[in-house]
Design a protein around this ligand. Structure first.
Ligand code: FNR
Length: 193
């Protein structure tokens, strides 16, 4: 079966730059023959984590829905904004809720992190911060990351990157990530034979 990748745009904003980057990454992945599930933060409404709420009501529906989508994929791409040089609270909150589920769905999942920002660093500090909870949960975060600086001017009308050199860099990053995911999936299949 083809590799299934969840591509998650981690901003709630309608015209999110990270939503655009997620859509572009989804197209690059589909070109390789893999299957994409494109998801946006807005699909998974959930309150701020509260252990009392968890005890009385269990997990919110949004967190369970995200868990289901994660569990159904072989790998994950997150396109996230950087807020104050770190992970946006909404994304960290979603990770915190989903981390309460057993089996814990971030464990052993391969993940590629990308970001877009109008700034000159492109949200890269946020991705370094995002590695911490994900690696803590056992996610195998791909060493290479991609951050699109000045992203408000970075896309063409058709949703490609305006700078062809950067476009090439993104394509290579996505393709090398997928090669690793596919090698890993094949190895797991061999082991279960
Ligand atoms: C930002 N933004 C921002 N950008 C950045 O490069 N570094 C930063 O530290 C921050 N900090 C920050 C904090 C808060 C509270 C907001 C609301 C915004 C700007 C941010 O990159 C910009 O709003 C992007 O457009 C957000 O991503 P989306 O929603 O377009 O995907």
């Amino acid at each position: 079966p083809p590799t299934r990748v969840l591509v998650f745009g981690a901003s709630l904003r309608g015209d999110s730059l990270n939503g655009r980057l997620a859509s572009l990454v989804a197209r690059l992945i589909e070109r390789t023959g893999a299957t994409v599930d494109l998801a946006r933060m807005g699909e998974f409404a959930m309150p701020v984590y509260d252990a009392d709420t968890e005890e009385s009501e269990g997990l919110p529906r949004g967190a369970l829905a995200l868990r289901d989508r994660l569990a159904a994929c072989d790998a994950l791409v997150i396109s996230s904004p950087e807020y104050n040089a770190s992970v946006p609270g909404g994304l960290k909150n979603a990770i915190d809720w989903v981390s309460r589920v057993r089996p814990q769905p971030f464990k052993d999942k391969q993940a590629l992190l990308v970001s877009a920002s109008p700034s000159l660093v492109g949200g890269n500090r946020g991705l370094w911060a995002l590695r911490i909870p994900l690696e803590h949960l056992g996610t195998r975060v791909y060493p290479d990351m991609f951050s699109l600086a000045q992203a408000h001017e970075g896309f063409t009308d058709s949703g490609d990157l305006a700078d062809s050199g950067l476009g090439q860099r993104l394509t290579e990053t996505v393709e090398s990530f997928l090669r690793l995911v596919e090698a890993d999936t094949r190895y797991a299949c061999l082991q279960h034979r």
